[in-house]
Design a protein around this ligand. Sequence first.
Ligand code: MN
Length: 413
Amino acid sequence: MARFAHIADVHLGAFRDARLRELNLRAFEKALDEVQQQNVDFLIIAGDLFDISIPDLSVVERAVRKMRSLDKPIYAVYGSHDYSPTQTSVIDVLNEAGVLQKVSSGQYVEVNEAGQKVQKLRLDVLTDPKTGVRITGISARKLGLEKTYFHDLDAQALEALPGPKIFVFHCAIQEHKPQSLQRVDAVPLSLFPKGFDYYAGGHVHARLLTDAPDGGGKIVYPGPLSAADFRDMEEIAGQPHGFYVVDLDAKKAEFVPVPFGKVRIVRIDAEGMGSQDANERIQKACGTAQSGDVVLLHTLGTLAEGKPSDIDWTAARRALEQACPIVYVNNALESRERQQVRVEAQTPDAIAEKVFRDTLADRDLPEGLGKEAGVKLSLQLLEVLRKENPGDNKKRWEDVVAAQGAQVLGIEA
Ligand SMILES: [Mn+2]
């Protein structure tokens, strides 16, 4: 009899707002309390336990304290967020410290395939000491590179293993991609090893429980444990997030919701409205928002006349704060001019230049900031800001970007 809990996409340390970060951390603590109370043998974390590969140590400390208090083994793989190709991840540290066990190690071996010598990835398989359940898996890599691992996988060796067995992974599956992830990299089912009793997924921030095509096994994504961004919170307002408790012998997976906080949504589509009407609508909606812990203000649409900056955002925010302490604004309102720019200009650089030139044209700015000098400065700044993070440590990268930005502006960082 083997029972276990399956958690994914916790993203500890997510959010700039300390209060949202706290809600996310608390959800993890509550989930582990629940795991402790449930009569399970072990816990599987299918990647993205942390939001970055080297998170803030205060976040790590809280998480470690909680994981240590759990008197059951924790088996984990890296996610796309807490893996780094160049640096040691916090997951490696926790693995070394014995807080959790990584179940995605392996090595390339030469095997004979139809008379040819080929390199195959042979995964190490761990056996849970109490239940005898075999566990193995594939971690995420950056840019969907884990697909190579799936391609090279010595599936035969895994398929020959006696059960019960669990395969842990952190990637989307081609055949089970939700609508919102149609353009995201995915691995086809044909590359997964067959015959496993349970496929413990992570990465896809949407819940899924389905039968594996070869019969018997289940493919499961619990979805995010709580929330890591605006979209996750938007979903939580509709249905709670959480994790699965699985009874391997009974082939049953039960969803356990985890409280996050009461999320309210104020959504205003101002398509075709003038900025004055839109402002009235927004102020009214914000003034009558229902009380809760977090409120998401989502404004969208193209204004018939006026600009999004005509809206009194400060008043809207203040009104929302009367109902909910945490206000999160996702403003996708657009002015007509901006839409036109989008159509007229062809390349991203041309669009940027036109937006800067138009924006600066009617502004009274000091020498060096306005007109053509301002356009040049803005483009240089954009160049700095759009560089992709080559490593993974968010904080360190922020420092680099800030220093380069200061250099462009000729100020001290
Ligand atoms: Mn994730």
